[in-house]
Structure formats: structure tokens, C-alpha cells
Ligand binder design. Structure first.
Ligand code: FMN
Length: 375
């Protein structure tokens, strides 16, 4: 091989590069997906590559990015890599029991389906397909207020009402209506997401949306900043409300008290990251905490969710049981963190990367459904 400095001209150099096995390998890595179908995925992260190829740029951007520079999103992933386990040996592992109890209900494993808005962006069956997979696996599903399928229909597909994630409407009268509807649907738990009250800057999603040449106005309008403004048809939980404006920035802990008085559902707060707020949850009679930074999609605080967990557990005290299963006083924070790592490997981005697949959604393929599901 001649050194590059003596390759006579640019054309020769490019020909040399094209013939190089290294180039072929690099090209293969960037242009062809490593798997042809979601069925071939060896782990959930492999869904991402296919999703990137198949989803329209704006939908991919909405799913894959965080706020500002995506730094918190990346920190979340890095945080999990710093968690270590101390495996014990020679214990009977012939029957591994992953069952997890939450508010008296036993789930097959600690993995649950996170609230994620607008599943129909990724597959026409949307939240019904997700519900089918959750049902097949006896997994908890938390339905987003930004769902593209009504809670009543999801409850039917799931076989029981899901937990409901609340985005607080701006007007209290709307909040009352929405909460009553969710309660009437039988949802046992209301998880109010409180990390978006200051607004957010989805800059990278907006940049990717610029590459989308489709006419999106058939599905929704686009704001001047590039955000999708949902139509009533794509946001069924706002039906009958005066507006689809959410996240009142004036909200304080007083609103938690009001919500507690309004509903008999268990109240969980989603988006707690500090011991101080965990203490406030305790003082205000909150029933559960979802430790979360919204997957780096709320505040660019650069702090991995998983690293917030020990201090939240400390602030919550005995009122909450961390890790749910076999939790007991003195449950070591690192162990809880590891358990939480599993809990929080909750099905969100990877699964929605999987759900877009044509035909049977990958979310179902992976979950070996035991029930009839929408094709
Ligand atoms: C595409 C996408 C949409 C999401 N939509 C919602 C939503 O509607 N409501 C909500 O509370 N969280 C939403 N989330 C956040 C997830 O529920 C979850 O908190 C996050 O992905 C995992 O990060 P965490 O471990 O910090 O919670 C969304 C996340 C993604 C990736």
C-alpha cells in the first residue's frame, strides 16, 4: 500500500478508499441497519436504528431528542453505566421471581410502560398496540394525557384501566373534568407530571422537523417554533375541555392538596429529583413518587435520573417503599438504584422505536403476546 501522501491525485485516492475493507466496514455501519426487522433485535436499543430509518424526521426528532443540547438525555444513559452490581452466587436461581407489587397489584416484572405522548406517530394502532403488549406481559401501562387513543379504549385493550399520567390543564375547571373522566374510566392511579411547568426548549426536535418535507397540516398545525400543535382528533383526552393548554406555571404544592381532595385515585407525582421535594410529597400526603427528569426532556439540569434516586429515597423516608419488591427499612440506596435502573428501564424510547414497525408492531413481537392484538 502506498502512503496517502504519494497517491497521485484525488480520484486515485477515492478509488483506493472505496476498495479498502475498512471503508466497506464503515459504510456498512452507517448505511445499512444491522437488523432487517424488529424481530431480529437482540436488545431494545437495536430498535432505534430501524426507527431512525423508517420514521419521518419530525417524529424521529420528537422521540429521540431532549431539551436544549440533549446533555441531560446523554447524562441519563451515562448514569446507568456507572451503576455496579454485586452478584451473590450459589443461590437457587432456577425460578427467578421478578414480580413487583405496587399499591396492592402484582405485576410480572418491574418493567413498565412509561407515559409517552402520541403513539400513533409511530404506528397506526398507537396505544392499543402498546396496551396489547402490556396485557400479554402483565405489565403496568401508564397512559399519557397526550395519548392519541382515549383512555376508555385503552382500558378495554389492556383488560383493565391503566394508570393515568396527568398533564394539568391550565384551567382548574378543565382539570376537574379530566380527572372525573379518568376516574370514571376506573384508573386506580393518577400520576401528575410536574417537571414541565416552566416550559421547555425542544431545540433538536425542531431542527429535525425542518428536514421533514411532508405536508403535516393534514394531521396537525405547526407552531412558529416548529412544535406540533395537536388537533382535537389526535388528542382525545382534551375532548370537552375549553382548551388543550396544560402545565399552569403558577402551580404550587397547594394544587397537590386540591388534587388530593378532588380524587379518590392514588396520587403519584412524576418528576421528583430532590430530597426536599420528596419531603414535600410526604407532607402533602402524596401516595407515590416517580423519580424522573422526563428522559432529559424537561430541564437541562445535567443530572442523571438514576443519581437522583438515593436522595429522593432519603427524603421520602418510610412513607414510600423504594424499588417496591422486597423493600424494607435500610434497603441500601445503591441496591435501590440498581432496582430502579430496572424499573426505569421502563419501556419508553426503545419501545416506541419498536412500535413503528409495519404489520405487527415490534412491541408485540418482543412481548410474545398471548392475546389477540390489532394487526
Ligand atoms: C417521546 C417521548 C414522549 C414522552 N411523553 C411523555 C408524556 O406525555 N408524559 C410524561 O409524563 N412523560 C413523557 N415522557 C417521559 C417518559 O415518561 C419517561 O419519564 C422518560 O422517557 C424516562 O426518563 P426518566 O427515567 O427520567 O423518567 C416522554 C418521553 C419520550 C421519550
Amino acid at each position: 500500500m502506498r502512503p496517502a501522501s504519494v497517491v497521485p491525485n484525488r480520484r486515485h485516492f477515492l478509488r483506493f478508499l472505496a476498495g479498502s475493507p475498512l471503508f466497506a466496514q464503515a459504510f456498512a455501519q452507517t448505511s445499512a441497519p444491522r437488523i432487517a426487522s424488529a424481530k431480529d433485535a437482540l436488545n431494545v436499543m437495536e430498535f432505534e436504528e430501524l426507527a431512525h430509518l423508517k420514521l419521518p424526521p419530525a417524529h424521529w426528532g420528537y422521540m429521540s431528542s431532549g431539551v436544549d443540547d440533549d446533555a441531560t438525555l446523554k447524562a441519563n444513559m451515562a448514569g446507568f453505566k456507572r451503576i455496579q452490581l454485586r452478584p451473590r452466587r450459589l443461590i437457587d436461581v432456577s425460578k427467578v421471581d421478578m414480580r413487583t407489587e405496587l399499591f396492592g397489584t402484582v405485576w410480572e416484572s418491574p418493567i413498565f410502560v412509561c407515559p409517552v405522548g402520541g403513539h400513533k406517530m409511530f404506528h397506526p394502532e398507537g396505544e392499543l398496540a402498546t396496551a396489547c403488549a402490556a396485557r400479554a406481559k402483565n405489565a403496568l401501562q401508564i397512559l399519557s394525557t397526550q395519548t392519541s387513543t382515549a383512555v376508555e379504549d385503552v382500558a378495554q385493550a389492556l383488560g383493565h384501566p391503566p394508570w393515568y399520567q396527568l398533564y394539568m390543564p391550565q384551567r382548574w375547571e378543565d382539570a376537574e373534568k379530566l380527572v372525573r373522566r379518568v376516574e370514571a374510566a376506573g384508573c386506580p392511579v393518577l400520576a401528575w407530571t410536574i417537571d414541565g411547568l416552566a416550559g421547555r426548549n425542544l431545540e433538536n426536535a425542531a431542527k429535525l422537523a425542518r428536514n421533514d418535507t411532508r405536508n403535516c397540516s393534514t394531521c396537525h398545525a405547526i407552531s412558529p417554533e416548529g412544535a406540533a400543535l395537536r388537533s382535537p382528533a389526535s388528542a382525545p383526552m382534551f375532548k370537552g375541555l375549553s382548551s388543550n393548554a396544560i402545565n399552569p406555571p403558577v402551580a404550587t404544592w397547594e394544587l397537590v392538596d386540591r388534587l388530593k381532595k378532588l380524587t379518590t385515585m392514588k396520587l403519584v407525582l412524576k418528576g421528583i429529583e430532590t430530597r426536599e421535594d420528596a419531603r414535600m410529597c410526604r407532607e402533602h400526603g402524596v401516595d407515590g413518587i416517580l423519580v424522573s427528569n422526563h428522559g432529559g426532556r424537561a430541564t437541562e439540569d445535567l443530572r442523571p435520573t438514576i443519581e437522583s434516586l438515593p436522595e429522593v429515597i432519603e427524603g421520602a423516608g418510610n412513607r414510600f417503599r423504594p424499588g417496591r419488591r422486597r423493600a424494607r427499612p435500610g434497603y441500601p440506596a445503591r441496591r435501590a438504584a440498581a432496582h430502579h435502573a430496572a424499573m426505569r428501564y421502563a419501556v419508553d424510547r426503545p419501545d416506541h422505536a419498536g412500535i413503528h414497525q409495519p404489520g405487527r408492531p415490534a412491541v408485540l413481537e418482543r412481548c410474545e403476546p398471548a392475546v389477540s392484538c390489532p394487526e
